[in-house]
Design a protein around this ligand. Sequence first.
Ligand SMILES: Nc1ncnc2c1ncn2[C@@H]1O[C@H](COP(=O)(O)OP(=O)(O)OP(=O)(O)O)[C@@H](O)[C@H]1O
Length: 712
Amino acid sequence: MWRKLLLRGTTCLLQVAAPRFLHQRPFPPFSCVRLLTQRLLHRPPQLLDKGYFLAHSGTRAYKKDAKSTLEIPTTPVTITDIKQYLRSKEIPFHDGYSCLHTPSIFINPSDRKDSYSLFIDKTTGQFVCKDTLVEGSWEDIQDCLEVMQKQEQDFLSPHVLLGYPESMEEQEERESELREVQRIWSSSVPLTDVPEEEALLVKTMFQISKVSNATLKKFGVRLFKPTKSLVFPWFGGPDSSLKGVKLLSAQSTDNNKVIYKEATVPKCNSFYSLFGLPLVGRMDAEVVLTGSELDTLAVSQATGLPSVALPRGVSCLPPILLPYLEQFKRVTLWLGDDIRSWEASKIFSRKLGLRRCSLVRPGEYRPCPMEALAQGKNLGHIIKSSIPAAHKSIVSFKQLREDVYGELSNTEQVAGVKWSRFPELNRILKGHRKGELTVFTGPTGSGKTTFISEVALDLCMQGVNTLWGSFEINNVRLAKVMLTQFAMQRLENNLEQYDFWADKFEELPLYFMTFHGQQNIKAVLDTMQHSVYLYDINHVIIDNLQFMMGQENLSVDKFAVQDHIIGAFRKFATNSSCHVTLVIHPRKEEDDRDLQTASIFGSAKASQEADNVLILQEKKLVTCPGRRSLQVTKNRFDGDVGIFPLDFLKSSLTFEAPIQGKHKLRKVASKPENEGDEGNKVEVKKVEVKKEKAAKIAKAPRTVTGKESVQQ
Ligand SMILES: Nc1ncnc2c1ncn2[C@@H]1O[C@H](COP(=O)(O)OP(=O)(O)OP(=O)(O)O)[C@@H](O)[C@H]1O
């Protein structure tokens, strides 16, 4: 929050230090404000979302989205710190699965319904009070407790932390979103009120024929006739009011598949619904967590068990939802029927607490819940056959055999996410996989950052949650390059299109570290760790390794330092199931020689630890001055290596395989001076094709999970 104020150019120290206290009457004692000032000014945020860049690339107003601008403290708090602090303040607490539960300090003790309604996240210290919906950081709650102690109060007004004034624009946006939610909800009809014939048609379209009217009614599912979408309400807060809606539409494809598309109001990055939660009883101790609303309907109808659906499917489990899952002693994760769901269920169970989680392993006899219902399977049996998430240190093949079978029978999915702009990379590397380390090198100034930016953007556009650590070029410049690549055009020449593309770009699951220049490896790793927890980051790009070398002890051998850093990234990638792409400068080579694996700066550790080694080769050709080649010299997944040419399209800062016959085209040109024109024509044509593609992607209604889901 302080960052926003600083960036707005606010000069008032009090506002910078403790904006929320400005709205507290009476003001907190000055000593307290000073304490906050010191603490806040020494706590730089290290992770930003794209809103920052978009807002500051001109004199545009900042778009507030408190949820996506969570700040990462420099020194991460540990559970021991939290407990020690609470004890020192004599605050009682229960040790829960993901959170500590304490009495809410925002409610008069005599009015407390539930004595332990304030939840403090054990990993981040973030807190939320379920009764008042007040939320904030670990520092916020410490500040509140200090104020309480100083003022000798036994509770604080919930407005203490809600006092940050919204700008007119933000207020209007919030109100218009609420109006939109109400408009959709009131103009949609309960499916049970739709004439029988029409209802049957809808059910067939969504492939939910087996879902009874009673189930649809129980969960309040409606039909929004103008777009023929199912409407799933998000009821939340202490008064269970309508906070948002999710619209689901279905389209049949030629091969009898159904493609589901989702849209939410408010936008997906502030849509925190756990569909089904209002139907969960206070005493329920078991829940089935699914990846979609339809799956929750199926589980509930077939088993009678409490079930809730994650708002963004398998793409993330936002920690803000964890307090609502604390009451359950047993959580069964049944997120879908593919490898991605399986990987997500393993990652989410770490956040939920491994001991209480069991996982439904996708397989022939265990499709997703709605499919299982349609096939007449026994969903209760499938849930019972789920396997514990906590795995033992020593296992036998018997325990591994299903995993091995899963990998053998889903080779395409195991190979990872495919690039849509780089088919040649798919051919060699097969895909982008979690938990791997990619080392990327190339001559100085050859276009490494530009290329890796497009490679990462391609994945991010397909729902790979991405974190950038760009230490060399600042984030505004990097975001500008990415936005140009996203829009496939120079927006400086088309400023009227800026908002269109910026709005679409903002929806990508993309985050940036705010580090610049030399950095300490520990601070970088801590930030990465935090972002994996907060945003379920799947891909971190570090550009480049040399910026972590300077801070380390210089009396130690330079290569040993580099080896240590590479080892740390390797460990992080494996332990966090997160792909790390590390840009490393090459050592000085003769200009006319191609780089090799051994040209990577440092000892052999980088190439040994890496799963993939990519080299951007720069052969200066008179005919194609911008042409580069991408060489894969190591591929641990299946050993395939190879090289392919890449043309640089300057007008969109993107790379593409050369169009065949381009040279012929050039030869046809009668005058040498036309050569450039012809080259330009080819580039213009290529850009046009790519631009059309990009516009198509951007215009398509974005799905909440970042991907369309297909049901057979
Ligand atoms: N194939 C190319 N042909 C011509 N110019 C290019 C090519 N690729 C990138 N550029 C341009 O070259 C400049 C440098 O690119 P970039 O920063 O990506 O290089 P780099 O290899 O990361 O540099 P460094 O070695 O300093 O880290 C940018 O202005 C970019 O637009």
